[in-house]
Design a protein around this ligand. Structure first.
Ligand code: AMP
Ligand code: MG
Length: 352
């Protein structure tokens, strides 16, 4: 199959192009499109066969459910039922935006979307191209991240092609994404629980809901599937093995520097994922270095995180040593993604 790439200017959307992409969705095809978080791989959520195509293209296991995207909160009743009253509060604050809600499923949503479960994950994305595509199609659009399973989520069109060229009908190229990490997944089946930290911070949710629990990530593979299968370790991984360092900035720098020199002594090409302010401490060393931004500007770090990891892979890093960015605001989502990329290989840097 040839993948058609349509370039779309998000500030001046070409309606005819979007109609063509929507027609592909309605005929059962797959369309990758930008959202504000990462690029999504969309299919008509009401068409079980089309949804199975997503799993085939991504090589995604059928037990990992998909998020359904709507253009408007008013369409929620097409997807979910028994909607609790607090959804209107959450929608008013966070939709359109990077918050996914898990609710009881409507019968119209095929079990392929929900991995056989009775709940459905749903969100209203803010990106103008995503909005235009869903409106033009007139159906809910099931869309996981547009990468092969287990790989880093794509934050630009080239990332999508690297994983899915020839496997999907259309890619809408609307430029790089803004948030850069996936949506926050909040379960509203029972007490609110954050199943996956993401683009909406825990603090922002707690301002509305009061204290919210963040579900524990499995540390080792278990026989039971986790509440949110996307929480499996070894997800969002670059090709090179990654080790995450936590601690104070001084402790992280010291531990990163000594680990880097040990790896170098054994002829291993080291890639470092740093914050801008770490750079002076590593000047003059023969290391591959990427910064994702300042630790004081976590929005930038989230936006650049995946492309920085991809760049270290592309540069030939054989091991990636990454620093941590704390748990405040977007830090929690950044730590979650780095911990998964590390497959749980996290080092507590000793105080210096
Ligand atoms: P992706 O869009 O690729 O980031 O993956 C969507 C993620 O949303 C899945 O991996 C799950 O972690 C989560 N998810 C989707 N549907 C549900 C659901 N019904 N219950 C719990 N988590 C879900
Ligand atoms: Mg994904």
């Amino acid at each position: 199959m040839l993948t058609a790439v349509f370039t779309v200017d998000p500030t001046a959307i070409d309606g005819a192009l979007l109609q063509r992409a929507a027609a592909v969705l309605l005929s059962g095809g797959l369309v990758a499109f930008p959202t504000e978080t990462v690029y999504g791989l969309g299919a008509n959520a009401l068409d079980a066969r089309a949804v199975r195509g997503i799993f085939a293209a991504k090589e995604r296991p059928a037990y990992d459910p998909l998020i359904v995207h709507l253009a408007d909160v008013g369409d929620l009743g097409r997807v979910a039922r028994d909607i609790p009253p607090l959804v209107s509060d959450l929608a008013a604050h966070f939709w359109p935006g990077p918050l996914t809600l898990v609710l009881p499923r409507c019968a119209a949503i095929p079990l392929e979307v929900t991995a056989g479960g009775e709940t459905v994950a749903v969100r209203v994305p803010a990106h103008p191209v995503a909005q235009a595509l869903i409106r033009a199609a007139g159906v809910p659009v099931a869309a996981p991240s547009a990468n092969r399973f287990g790989r880093l989520s794509p934050t630009c069109a080239a990332d999508v092609l690297a994983d899915l060229d020839g496997r999907i009908e259309v890619l809408l190229d609307g430029g790089p994404t803004v948030v850069g990490v996936e949506s926050t997944v909040l379960s509203l089946v029972g007490e609110p629980v954050i199943l996956r930290p993401g683009g909406v911070s825990r603090e922002a949710l707690e301002a509305i809901l009061g204290p919210v629990v963040v579900s524990e990530r499995p540390v080792l593979p278990t026989e039971d599937l986790p509440a949110s299968p996307g929480l499996l370790l070894q997800h969002y991984a670059p090709r090179a093995p990654l080790i995450l360092y936590q601690g104070t900035p001084a402790a992280m720098r010291a531990a990163l520097a000594s680990a880097a020199s040990l790896h170098q002594q054994s002829q291993v090409r080291v890639g470092l994922l740093l914050a801008d302010e770490d750079l002076p401490f590593f000047a003059g060393l023969d290391l591959l270095v990427e910064t994702a931004g300042s630790a004081a500007d976590l929005e930038t770090v989230a936006r650049r995180l995946f492309s920085a990891l991809r760049a270290l892979d592309a540069a030939g890093a054989e091991v990636i040593l990454a620093r941590d960015f704390g748990v405040t605001g977007l830090g929690l989502a950044i730590r979650d993604r780095l911990t998964r990329a590390a497959g749980g290989h996290v080092v507590e840097a000793p105080p210096v």
